[in-house]
Write a protein that binds this ligand. Structure first.
Ligand code: FE2
Length: 306
């Protein structure tokens, strides 16, 4: 009797998953993008809006899935810790994340898993590197909307464990002085990922130029009024993105502080510098998947594959 095998091409091969940082994304968090998508977790309803940025995120999701990471590590500007760098070590954060300026757009019910081993390893590596670092273990601390926004937009299925890092600064400081520490934090993050053998994707949750309107249209998603704050802010974003697209990332060591000075950019919270430092400032170009404004702020979705 003949033996019949039903095998898919390639299925007999053993695929060994490589650890380390397999990709990094600039993944901005405007609550409007989540609102526009109408996910079941968010209470407010919209008629859409900001489609080009959301199409960029759809491409990010396809690429992220192909990288098959064990964990998403996110650094976000609105978990502000004035003393030290904190890492969320709560195993299963659950609650409602509310955007304080736009509570009518973002009231998001979250429930996700933390990679606690990696989170604790990042705390230890950061402390060993001389940073003030702390493991946050209070399940009552509400997860900020910049962390939730980036994570939802990158992976709305929430089926990949997370490590969430705070911003040890205030993004509204008129300074880029905190960026040096982000180099150290990035290197510590990379060592922790190597030590734990994780296959990690990093998310830097920040916008670019960050001046925005102080009036909202009756329909928040009215794209008839969506535009850059002014030409200077737009041109500053394009100058930075030109460097991103040309590479190598080393040029961003000077381009990011220059952009911060020119546009009051949200990159001053350090997320992008942390991401590039963790990847070791690779000699590659970034792939800009989308750019668009949200209430006049500039936002780019970018991939780097080291
Ligand atoms: Fe923000």
């Amino acid at each position: 009797m003949a033996r019949v095998f039903h095998a898919t091409a390639g299925s007999s091969r053993t695929v060994r998953k490589r650890g380390g940082i397999v990709a990094g994304y600039l993944a901005p968090h405007p609550p409007h993008l989540v609102y526009a998508e109408n996910p079941p977790q968010n209470e407010p309803r919209s008629t859409g809006g900001w489609e080009v940025l959301r199409w960029g995120y759809e491409e990010l999701r396809r690429r992220l899935a192909a990288h098959a990471p064990d964990v998403l590590v996110v650094h976000a500007p609105h978990w502000i810790t004035m003393v030290g760098h904190h890492v969320n070590c709560v195993p299963n954060p659950r609650g409602i994340s509310v955007e304080p300026i736009f509570p009518h757009l973002f009231r998001y019910h979250y429930d996700f898993a933390t990679d606690v081993d990696l989170a604790e390893a990042i705390v230890a590596e950061a402390a060993d590197a001389g940073l003030v670092a702390s493991a946050m273990r209070d399940p009552g601390v509400r997860v900020d909307y910049a962390t939730i926004g980036a994570l939802h937009l990158a992976n709305p299925a929430w089926d990949i464990p997370v490590v969430s890092l705070s911003a040890n600064n205030n993004p509204y400081f008129y300074s880029d002085a905190a960026l040096d520490e982000m180099e150290t934090l990035g290197a510590a993050t990379a060592r922790a990922i190597e030590r734990t053998g994780r296959r990690a994707v990093l998310l830097a949750s920040n916008s670019l130029s960050h001046l925005h309107w102080d009036r909202e249209p009756d329909l928040p998603e009215d794209m008839g009024v969506e535009r850059p704050f002014d030409h200077h802010q737009y041109a500053g974003d394009m100058e930075l993105l030109q460097v991103v697209r040309e590479g190598p990332t080393e040029r961003l060591r000077t381009a990011v502080p220059k952009h911060i000075a020119a546009t009051q950019a949200e990159t001053k919270a350090g997320s992008l510098t942390w991401l590039l430092a963790a990847m070791g400032w690779p000699a590659i170009a970034g792939d800009v998947l989308a750019y668009g404004t949200v209430i006049a702020t500039g936002n780019a979705v970018v991939e780097w594959v080291p």
